[in-house]
Design a protein around this ligand. Sequence first.
Ligand code: HEC
Ligand code: HEC
Ligand code: HEC
Length: 458
Amino acid sequence: MKRFVILLVVVALIALAVPIANLFIGNPKGTTVTRSAASDDRLVAVATILETKCANCHSTEAQLPFYAAFPVAGDMIRGDKQAGIREFDLVTELYPTGKGPATEPALAKIEYVAQTGAMPPARYLALHWNHRLSDVDRETLTPWIRETRRGQYATAKVPPEVQALAVQPLPNSVAVDARKADLGKRLYHDTRLSGDNTISCASCHALDKGGTDNAKVSTGIRGQLGGINAPTTYNALFQFKQFWDGRAGTLAEQAGGPPLNPVEMGSNWPEIIGKLEADEAFAREFRQAYPDGFSQQTITDAIAAFEQTLLTPDSRFDRFLLGQVNALTPEERRGWDLFRQHGCQTCHVGKLLGGQSFEIMGLRADYFKDRGTPLTDADKGRFNVTKNERDRHRLKVPTLRNVAKTAPYLHDGSAADLPAAVRAMARYQVGATLPEADVTAIAEFLESLTGTYQGKPL
Ligand code: HEC
Ligand code: HEC
Ligand code: HEC
C-alpha cells in the first residue's frame, strides 16, 4: 500500500512536471528557423511562431527535451520527430535558397494546418497545451502566406483575391521568341534527333495524348522499354525542376538528356548536328535565329523555347477560379472541396497543381511494400541525385493539369485510371480511406482541369 502511494505521487509529479517543463524546455530558441529570418521583421514574427510550435518535430536541429529519456514519452517524441521531418522540413522549405522566399508548398502546408488545426498533433497538445496555434498566430501567419504568394508565385493579371489562393489559374501566354519557338517545334517533332531516325520527342510526348505516350513506360529506339512513366511536356515550363527526380534544372538542360539516352533516342551531338547540317534549307533558317548554327546549346534552347508555348489555359476549373461558379458541375465542386479538405493542395499546389516539390511516395503507408514488385532505380526518386537517405522515394509531385488525358498514372504507371490514382493518394499520402462516392467526385473534379492548346480543347 505504501509503495503504491509513493508510486502514485511519483506519477503525479511527472505528469505535472512535463507540462510545466515544456513552458521553458523543448522550445528550440535561436535555431536556423528564426536566425535566417533576422533581416525581415515580418518573417521574424512568423519564424518565431513556427520555431516555438512546429520546429520540435519539423526541424533536424531541435533538441530532445529531458523527458525524452522516459521510456514511453521518449518513443513517442522520437517517433513524432521522425515522422514530422519526413513530411515537412521547416528550414529547407522556409529558406530554400538559404534565405527564402518560402516555397509555394510550404505556404500551402502552413496554411492548411493553420486552417484545420491539424498540427501540432492532438496527443502532443495534451501535454503541450500552450503550443496550440492561437488566433493571434493565425493573424500573423495568414497575411504573410497570402502576401508571399502574391509577391512570388501568383498568376499575373488576375484579381488579388485569386492571387491569394494556394491553387492558381494558368496564364494565357508567356513571352517567348516566336522564331525560336517555331524552330524548336520542328526539332521537337524531328526523328533525326534519334540514332536510327525513328523517335522524336513527340513519340513519347505526343501533343494529342496530353503531352505523353499514354503508356505505362515509354518505348525508345529498337523497341527498348524505359523504366519510368513519361510525364507531360504541357506546362512543364512552370515546374521548379524537370524529371521525376529533378535532375534537370531547366527545360533546355532537360532537352539535352533524351537524345543521348541509349534507351530513348540513342544518338550523340556530332551525329545529330551532322544530319541537321545536311538539310541546307533548315540549316539556313536556323542560322537566322541562331547565327552560330546547330550545337547542343542552340538545339536545346530552341526546343525549350517551343516548350514555353505548350500552355493549356482556360480549363473549366480556371474559369471557376476566376469567378464563373457554374463552370463546374455541383459534383465537380464537391470534388474540389474534398480535394482541399484532404490537403491535396499542400503538394498539388500553384498553377500546375504540382511540380513545386519532391515528396515521399508512401508517407502514410508503405506504397512499395504493398506494390509487391521489386524496387527499381526509378523508385529511389530524388535519392538518385542527392544520395541523401532522406530523399529515398521522394518524387517530384506531378502536375494535375490535363491529368484526364495522361493515363496511366504514377511514376511506375501502376494506376490505370483516375479513381485508382485518387485511391492511392488517399491511402499513401493522406492516410484516409475515402468512400467510393468521394473518389468519384474528386476524379470528376480532376477532369475539369483539362485546358485548351492554341484555342482548342486538349
Ligand atoms: C509533436 C511533433 C509535431 C509538432 C509539434 C508539429 N508536427 Fe506537424 N507533423 C508531425 C507528424 C508526426 C506528422 C505526420 C502526420 C501525423 O502523424 O499526423 C506531421 C505532419 C505535418 C504536415 C503534413 C500534413 C498534415 O496535416 O499531416 C504538416 C504540413 C505539418 N505537420 C506542419 C506542422 C506545423 C505548421 C506545425 C506547427 C504549427 C507542426 N506541424 C507541429 C509532428 C508534429
Ligand atoms: C523514349 C521516350 C522519350 C523521348 C524520346 C523523350 N522523352 Fe521526355 N521523358 C520521357 C520519360 C520517361 C521522362 C521521365 C524520365 C524521368 O523523370 O526520369 C521524360 C521527361 C521529360 C520532361 C520532364 C517533365 C517532368 O514533368 O519532369 C520533359 C520536359 C521532357 N521529357 C521533354 C522531352 C523532350 C524535349 C524530348 C526530345 C528532345 C524528349 N522529352 C524525348 C520519355 C521520353
Ligand atoms: C504529400 C504530398 C501529396 C499529397 C498530400 C497528395 N499527393 Fe498526389 N501525388 C504526390 C506525389 C509525390 C505523386 C507521384 C507519386 C508517384 O508517382 O509514385 C502524386 C501523384 C498524384 C496523381 C497521379 C498524377 C500522374 O500524372 O501520375 C494524382 C491524380 C494525384 N496525385 C492526386 C492527388 C489527390 C486527389 C490528393 C488528395 C486526396 C493528393 N494527390 C494528395 C504527392 C501528394
